[in-house]
Design a protein around this ligand. Sequence first.
Ligand SMILES: [Ca+2]
Length: 497
Amino acid sequence: MAKRGGVSGLALLSTNVSSPKDFEDNLFTPDIYREPFASEAQGELVGSFTPSSLIISLEGIQLEKPPGDTLMLSLTSEVNSTPDGGWSILPNFDLACANEILNAAYAVRETDFDWQSVRVTMFTRTAGWKADRPNSELPYVGQVKVDLGPDYANVDFGGLARLEGDLHVFEFADLIPLEGREDTVVLSMLFVDQVQAPFIINPDGAYVDNFRPTYWETDSTWGHAGYIIYNPGLRLDLRKTNHLIFEYDLTDLIEVYDNGTPEDPSDDLITFKLTNPFPIRFLAEQHTENPTPPEPQEIRDVDHLEIGYFDLLERVVVLKWTNPPLETFEQVRIVRKEGEAPQSLEDGEEVYTGRFPIFQDRDVEEGREYHYLVVVEDCYRTLSQGRRIGIKTDPPQVDEIRLRAREGGGYRWLEDTLTMTVGEKLWFSAIGWKNGTSVNIAPMWEIEQEDGVISLLYEQGDQNEIMALLPGRAVLTGYLPESFGSEPVSLTIIVEE
Ligand SMILES: [Ca+2]
């Protein structure tokens, strides 16, 4: 998905590039930057560095065309909280050497080859939460690792960096030379056919209300917090080229300026390169096999290994990690053992082999202790030492189930009695409460009624829709497994003519 110094996953591909045009030259001018870069008071450029890692959690890549036809390329992994979906577990990619390519062949339908927009959204900051209890989300990553050499051995750039061996580790967001980076965690890049010159909607990273991502869209506006950057010149013809390449050129991406004091490195300023902080391109190419394997490299383990336990529509343990940035990376292998950590690939049951940096283990039961060994294998069959992680599948604990429905721009709680009229529909959601904080839950739903007064869309889920069918009275009950510790919740529904 990216390249570093010209060597990348692109080496695996032919040179049959169909798009896009060059666009970088006039995108970023100093006047849109934060100080001191806006007034060009950063001093002299004293060094350019190529990061060894640039790690992001990818929210998604979407193809779009008029009129509002959208295709989400499935690069996320979902934990279902209704029968129709749930929330996403976002995969991490190290763009220094992510050799995943998007197989866009399934984006091709009969007489339907042209896509006029690509949107990519990524997280630029490591999120503050951890999966510290069941049914809570796994953290996001936005991180840059770079070797700045001995001159900066003890420089932390005003607390922005921490040291990991010889590497300086930064939050991705802290290197963006735009305003608002302290609070901005999301970056969206759009490549749109109708755009003639690149532009940024909100260089301060502010929340954009009623945002229309593409010009032809009429009714699907949405809000968006974070930077939104438009680039021109993309029309993908997927008749001959069925792989999308998301290329992030990391060469000399990190710049250091002397801040007007060349004798003192401790106050130097560090930033993504000011000529273009986001050298991202999309290419559509035809995949070909590479006849020559890369040179052997020292094997490395996965990074950012996380684990979570979910008990919503089904019980599942989710493992998430970042693949190491190795040209020789082949796959990750995972073995599982109950009660104690596996010592080798032979010590337990092999449950996963693959490149995608998320594994969902659905073969799990409540109240057990599962341990996993996560091993990297390269194309020479060399194995890493492996990293171990474990989890206890204790059920989520809930004091109370609460129901709420959207109303205006906010919510109203649904308590005791709800009055509806025949033909009305109402979306509602269920939230677990434990010690004053919310817990994600997917209750089972039952209706007590004489005739078909109401019906429900789902038998289970954290969201649901009530349809009022006939005048009368019904009682809706939502309940969780006994092990969650919660009483059922009931709502009386009166349907009027
Ligand atoms: Ca200086």
